[in-house]
Design a binder for this molecule. Structure first.
Ligand code: OXD
Ligand code: MN
Length: 605
């Protein structure tokens, strides 16, 4: 028997032969010391947690303060997604579009074969089968990741339905996404490992046509948990385009009004716009509840009844810790009381975790995310700004009982929101689906705090998908238009809205308190869905009429309320000019409908 045959003997008996052969080929290329097929069991997880503690990759937190929880500290060079090293290798460059890094697939394959050659020497290759979406759901999809990082296995175990049940779904005719990951740090015989192996050279590569992902050099978040941004957004956006459904960078919530009527809302925000806070919103309006279905990604497909139905393809939250606090997001704080892996947060002297924004006052002494002594006088933050918690969605106290319904939930409204200091009103309803696609296509955040009455530099983030689309952005827009057309045939298309919690007044002061008070905008959207309130025309669409939103109860003055909806023709005209440049950059594929909507926006100024 050959050495390799010895290795692959560990494949479960029911593993599809294509998966086994694929693992075999990768093992020959990367030459790990051993191969472990993960079954997703609690025993396996505990064993890997214990091994990671022994290896120093994880630090066990105090069992009383933070039961069954761990802290990881990454290498200081491996702390976030690396967009500049993320590639969409479609056959034609024009199918990746101007917002993606493109490389010719054949050339990239050659580069990667070189990098992956013997890259797992001295390490274990884990085979990690997973389902995105409830196992067996018609909306779910399957994948298998191989990785040489136990931390990535543990993270994928939380973020997906991982293990034997997923593997059992893969039969001879099942489509599954192969995802190959290595930290790129082979160990010579007898060489001691470091706590966070990685490589300065990084490649996060997607082949949309063949639905493959290859990632090298990083063990951090979206670079390495390939089920998340790589599969559920980049590859899924291409699958969705081919099959007629939508992969969206959107949270999912269920809102219930005082009469008990429920509404399902999908909302897309660029990274760092308070998405997790909105997914776990505690409404300030009496009688309302909001429950969480997902905090980051939604897969939405026209259902048998003609309505758009959505699942959260993930099973956990990979949330940004800094800024998540008892006052800003008590639900997230309750979710991570235990059973959580923290990465790059600070360690307290009593074995718990801390980060900027967790409490108003920092502890007197901490060990910072790089393992150094820290006091409030230190000149760098205790937690890395992109420090994370990884936790099961089921532990969220506001999780909806339908969050893992295999049939998904029917979507009533779709919301887009950016971080805008100027121009964009608190809330507006798109006039129709086509207008909504225009609002999504031109979504932006303002890079710098703008002086009053001027426009800051706009960072366009169309559909909040800028770093996550596996296709040409203009093709993404056309696809949304097509899906809308189909939904409109049965009159069942969700309404589309735009929100902005971040408009500023003089001295850069926020005009809207945000957080719980955002429920007032949400309630207005549901009243529009029910036809209970009128709306007024504005260049951004339909906005609330006087008296439709009780802003006084949110502590907002009449003056600030008016400023939240103020129209400054000069600044709007500058914005329209910026949009011209942006649309020109997107090239000739921009759908006529988007150009038509842009002309209509301009004509209203
Ligand atoms: C995320 C992101 O981590 O959008 O979810 O960057
Ligand atoms: Mn995200």
């Amino acid at each position: 028997m050959t050495a390799m045959a010895t290795l692959t003997r560990h494949a479960p008996d029911n593993a599809d032969h294509r998966v086994v052969e694929w693992v075999d080929t990768l093992a020959r290329l990367t030459q790990p010391d051993s191969i472990v097929w993960c079954d997703g069991s609690a025993d396996e997880r505990q064993r890997m947690l214990d091994e990671s503690v022994a290896a120093g990759t994880l630090i066990k937190l105090d069992e009383q303060k933070r039961p069954n929880s761990y802290l990881a500290r990454s290498h200081p060079s491996d702390v976030a997604r690396v967009e500049a090293r993320t590639f969409i290798c479609s056959e034609r460059e024009d199918d990746a579009g101007p917002t993606n890094n493109w490389a010719a697939p054949a050339e990239m394959r050659e580069t990667l074969s070189g990098l992956f050659d013997r890259c797992m020497r001295g390490r274990t290759m884990y085979v990690v089968p997973f389902s995105m979406g409830p196992v067996g759901s018609p909306l779910a999809r399957l994948g298998v990741q191989v990785t040489d990082s136990p931390y990535v296995v543990l993270s994928t175990g939380t973020m997906t339905r991982m293990g034997a049940d997923a593997l059992a779904q893969i039969g001879p005719d099942t489509e599954w996404v192969p995802a190959v990951h290595s930290v790129g740090a082979p160990l010579a015989s007898g060489e001691e490992d470091v706590v966070w192996p990685c490589n300065e050279t990084k490649y996060i590569v997607h082949y949309p046509e063949t639905r493959e992902i290859w990632s090298y050099g990083s063990a951090y978040g979206g670079n390495a948990i390939l089920a998340k941004k790589g599969f559920a957004l980049r590859i899924a956006s291409k699958i969705g385009e081919d099959e007629g459904w939508l992969a969206a960078h959107m949270l999912l919530i269920r809102a219930t009004n005082p009469e008990g009527r429920t509404f399902h809302v999908a909302a897309g925000f660029p990274s760092a716009c308070g998405k997790t806070n909105f997914a776990m919103l505690r409404p300030s309006i009496p009688g309302w509840t909001v429950e969480t279905i997902g905090d980051d990604i939604a897969w939405m497909a026209p259902g048998p009844d003609g309505r758009l139905r959505a699942i959260n393809p993930e099973a956990g939250f990979f949330g940004v810790a800094p800024g998540t606090g008892h006052s800003t997001n008590p639900t997230a704080i309750a979710t991570i009381e235990g059973d959580t892996i923290f990465t790059n947060v600070a360690l307290t002297d009593d074995g718990d975790v801390w980060w900027e924004g967790l409490t108003d006052d920092p502890p007197a002494h901490l060990i910072d995310w790089q393992g150094r002594d820290w006091t409030p006088e230190s000149d760098s933050p205790a937690a890395h700004p992109n420090a994370r918690f990884t936790v099961s969605a089921g532990l969220c106290p506001t999780i909806a009982d339908t969050w893992d319904d295999p049939a998904g939930v029917p979507i009533d409204a779709i919301v887009f929101g950016g971080r805008r200091a100027t121009n964009v009103p608190l809330v507006a309803q798109a006039r129709d689906w086509e207008h909504g696609v225009y609002l999504g296509a031109t979504l932006a955040s303002e890079r710098t705090a703008a002086a009053e009455g001027t426009l800051g530099e706009l960072r366009r983030d169309p559909f909040a998908m800028l770093p996550f689309s596996g296709t040409h952005m203009a093709d993404h827009w056309r696809h949304w238009l097509n899906v809308g057309e189909k939904l409109n045939q049965t009159g069942a298309a969700p309404l589309i809205f735009q929100v902005n919690w971040f408009r500023r007044g003089e001295n850069g002061r926020f005009l809207w308190p945000g957080f719980s008070e955002n429920s007032r905008a949400l309630a207005w959207m549901t009243e529009r869905l029910e036809g209970r309130t009128d709306a007024a025309e504005s260049p951004f669409g339909l906005v609330p009429v006087d008296g439709a939103i009780d802003y006084a109860s949110a502590g907002v003055s009449d003056e600030d309320w008016n400023a939240l909806f103020a129209i400054d023709p000069e600044a709007l005209s500058a914005e329209a000019d910026d949009t011209d440049v942006f649309l020109a950059r997107m090239g000739t594929k921009v759908p006529d409908a988007v150009m038509r909507q842009h002309a209509a926006f301009r004509s209203q100024l």
